[in-house]
Write a protein that binds this ligand. Structure first.
Ligand SMILES: [Zn+2]
Length: 402
């Protein structure tokens, strides 16, 4: 149950540019692991408002040509049937034992920025996801025996025989993900009034998951105080084990985490670094991972980095894309982005002072929340809040590329 889903997805958007839009790209990330062969995990059909002109990147990217060009400032939409068959794989998009995880399963608009259309390939470790904030209105019709932890808040539930129709809404989020399973569930409310919903399968310890739920609530409060308030009414966390695939995975309002404190604190921190302050996770993975891991270590009370700050390779760099890290391997990626990234941010705090660091982090959130940062935005803001020329600092941390 919960392995196959089919329904209508409607995408509506406004042309923000100065020329008509005749075509655009969408991403179907569920095809990332198996690609186009056989029956793809995700298919679209019965397109209304346009037609599929081309697919790329193993059927994770679809070019859609609109039936009618969209004038500047005008609002248009397309809709299609989306069919999802979740593969058996212990992953963020996969059937993991008795539970089903639908990470990045809904189609999202690709981003066109100063580099043109950004159509990165899927990566098995780390993330390729890059999307803009949007409003989601999602109705999930599912067996009543299954719960559907997800992005957003439950706007309504309607029972229909052995099924339950759950209506969810989420404002200003980068994507919408959910899972389906006969989970255990508990909830709490943070000091600042955010509801924390926690879910876990039978295989996890009830008492540990309840402790971690309260730990997640404390992390939300800590980061809210330091960076700026978590602006959503609900945060949902699912505890489960994903083996070698990952220890945690971030989505807006909703995360997956292994049931230990480090994973929980890290994924909660992503609500600011990636969730609120977005980035191109394929081109600049350090922009969210280094900040999330630094946040974790600070929240856990460490005055200095937990990890060794020695680079593991002479040609290792922090400012390269997932393309480079995928060829170099997961340990290389992990060291450069998480460990050296955290060391770099502790060093930045040392260099510009605690007050300067607090101002930088708060300014990053207040300036770029619901938007996207580039590396240059961080460097410019760090120089502005400190009044220092930090170019030698960024060079020392092998982090100078735009
Ligand atoms: Zn992370």
């Amino acid at each position: 149950m919960g392995h196959s889903w089919t329904g209508t997805e409607k995408m509506a958007f406004t042309n923000p540019g100065k020329v008509p839009i005749t075509e655009f790209w969408i991403r179907l990330w569920g095809n990332g692991t198996a690609g186009c062969g056989g029956t793809p995990a995700e298919r679209i059909s019965a397109l209304v408002g346009g037609q599929v002109a081309e697919t790329r990147e193993n059927c994770t990217a679809y070019r859609i040509v609109l039936d009618t060009a969209l004038a500047p400032g005008a609002r248009g939409e397309v809709s299609f049937t989306l069919s999802i068959d979740v593969p058996v794989q212990r992953d963020r998009f996969g059937i993991n034992g008795v539970d089903t995880y639908l990470g990045n399963a809904l189609a999202v608009l690709a981003v066109k920025d100063e580099n043109g259309w950004e159509l990165p390939p899927y990566v098995a470790f780390g993330e390729s996801y890059y999307s803009l904030a949007a409003d989601y209105d999602v109705t999930l019709d599912h067996p009543a025996a299954l719960q559907v932890p997800s992005t957003g808040v439950v706007a309504g539930e309607t029972a229909a025989g052995d099924r339950l129709v759950t209506h969810l809404t989420a404002a200003r989020v980068r994507d919408f993900s959910w899972s389906a399973g006969a989970f255990h569930h508990d909830s709490t409310v943070t000091a600042s009034g955010v509801t924390v919903d926690a879910y876990w399968p039978n295989s996890e310890s009830d008492s540990n998951c309840r402790d971690l739920m309260r730990y997640a609530a404390r992390a939300l409060d800590y980061y809210s105080t330091r960076y700026g308030a978590y602006p959503y009414p609900r945060f949902t966390i699912v505890f489960d084990e994903f083996g070698a695939a990952f220890d945690g995975m971030e989505y807006p309002n909703y995360v997956l985490a292994s049931a230990y404190q480090g994973a929980v604190a890290h994924e909660v921190a992503h609500q600011w670094w990636f969730g609120l302050v977005g980035d191109d996770q394929y081109r600049h993975p350090w922009l969210d991972e280094a900040f999330a891991e630094y946040s974790t270590e600070e929240f856990q009370g460490n005055a200095t980095p937990v990890h060794n700050c020695d680079w593991i390779a002479s040609d290792e760099r922090m400012d390269v894309s997932m393309d480079v890290y995928e060829k170099a391997g997961d340990p290389f990626y992990h060291d450069a982005v998480y460990h050296e990234g955290t060391c770099m941010l502790y060093d930045l705090e040392h260099t510009i002072g605690r007050d300067g660091m607090d101002k930088l982090l708060r300014d990053l959130v207040s300036t770029y929340e619901y938007g996207v940062i580039r590396p240059g935005d961080v460097r410019t803001l760090a120089a502005a809040v400190s009044g220092k020329d930090l170019s030698a600092f960024w060079s020392r941390w092998r982090n100078t590329a735009a």
